[in-house]
Design a protein around this ligand. Structure first.
Ligand code: OAD
Length: 248
C-alpha cells in the first residue's frame, strides 16, 4: 500500500506537518462542505457564514450554529484522528494544521494543533472580546442569540466566516510548520480554499515530500509525490502501523 520511497521518508523524517479538512471527520458523521451531500449544497454560505448576515439576523445564524454545535458535541473522533495523535508521539516535530472547527483532533489527543478556521466549542463577544465556552452561553441565557454577561454585546461563535482573515498566530505557525516539513500530508481536503490551500505548495517548494490522502483525486493530486486513495479512517491506522514497524 505504501511505496518503499515513502517508507524511507517516514523513517528519516525529522519534521512532519499535516493539513486536514472536512473529509477526516466524515467518518465521525460530520458532513463535508462540497460534493452532493455537502453543507453548501443545502445552505447558503452568504446567509450563514458571514459577519453582515450575523448582524442582520443573529437569531438565524445562531439557530444554525446551535444545530452544528449539537451535532459536533454528539460525535466522537474516528480511527484517523487517533492514528494522527499516536503519530505525533513518534516524531519530535509534528504539527496538525486543520481547517476543521470540530475540535476532534484535540479530543483524540493531538497536542500541536493549529486551527485555521476557529473552533466551534469557543465563542466570543464582538464588543469586548471576552471568550465563552458553549456550556457558559448555554447556562447563562436565552439560547437564541447569546449576549455577553459583562457588556451585553452580541456573542458569536469563534469560527472564521467568509471574507474574514484567518487567526494570525495560527497562520504564522502553520506556515512555519509547512516550510520546515520533510513530509507534508494533505488529508480529506478539497484543497481549494485559500490561504490554507497554499500550504501544500509552500511545503513542496521548500523540499517536502507531499502526500495526499483522499477518497478521490483533487487539484492537488498532480503535484503530490504520493496519492493514497481511500478513507482516512482506514488508511491512517495502517500508516501508523507501517511507521511503527520502521522504528523497530
Ligand atoms: P470539502 O468539503 O471541500 O472537501 C472534503 C474533502 O474530503 C473532499 O476532497 C472529499 O473527497 C474528501 N473526503 C470525504 N470523505 C473522506 C474520507 N472518509 N477520507 C478522506 N477524504 C475524504 O472540505 P474542506 O476541504 O475542509 O471553510 O473545505 C475547506 C473549507 O471550505 C472549510 O474549512 C470551510 C469551507 O467553506 C470555512 O468555513 C471558512
Amino acid at each position: 500500500m505504501f511505496s518503499e520511497r515513502f517508507l524511507t521518508k517516514l523513517r528519516n523524517a525529522r519534521s512532519i506537518a499535516v493539513l486536514t479538512g472536512a473529509g477526516i471527520s466524515a467518518e465521525s458523521g460530520v458532513p463535508t462542505f462540497r460534493g452532493d451531500d455537502g453543507i453548501w449544497k443545502k445552505f447558503k454560505s452568504e446567509e450563514l457564514a458571514n459577519f453582515d448576515a450575523f448582524i442582520q439576523n443573529p437569531e438565524l445564524v445562531w439557530e444554525w450554529y446551535w444545530h452544528r454545535k449539537q451535532i459536533i458535541a454528539s460525535i466522537r473522533p474516528n480511527p484517523g484522528h487517533y492514528a494522527l495523535a499516536e503519530m505525533e508521539k513518534l516524531y519530535n516535530c509534528f504539527a496538525i494544521i486543520t481547517q476543521n472547527i470540530d475540535n476532534l483532533h484535540r479530543r483524540a489527543g493531538s497536542k500541536t494543533v493549529y486551527e485555521l478556521h476557529g473552533n466551534i466549542e469557543r465563542n466570543y463577544c464582538i464588543a469586548c472580546g471576552k471568550y465563552f465556552s458553549n456550556e457558559e452561553i448555554l447556562q447563562s441565557q436565552d439560547k437564541k442569540a447569546p449576549r455577553c454577561v459583562t457588556c451585553n454585546g452580541l456573542v458569536r461563535p469563534d469560527v472564521v466566516w467568509f471574507g474574514e482573515l484567518l487567526p494570525q498566530d495560527a497562520w504564522n505557525a502553520s506556515e512555519r510548520a509547512a516550510k520546515r516539513a520533510d513530509i507534508f500530508f494533505s488529508i480529506g481536503t478539497s484543497a481549494i480554499v485559500y490561504p490554507a490551500a497554499s500550504l501544500p505548495e509552500i511545503a513542496k517548494n521548500e523540499g517536502a515530500y507531499l502526500v495526499e490522502i483522499n477518497v478521490e483525486a483533487t487539484e492537488l493530486s498532480l503535484k503530490a509525490d504520493e496519492v493514497i486513495l481511500g478513507k482516512s479512517g482506514e488508511i491512517l491506522p495502517k500508516l501508523l502501523e507501517a511507521i511503527t514497524l520502521q522504528f523497530q
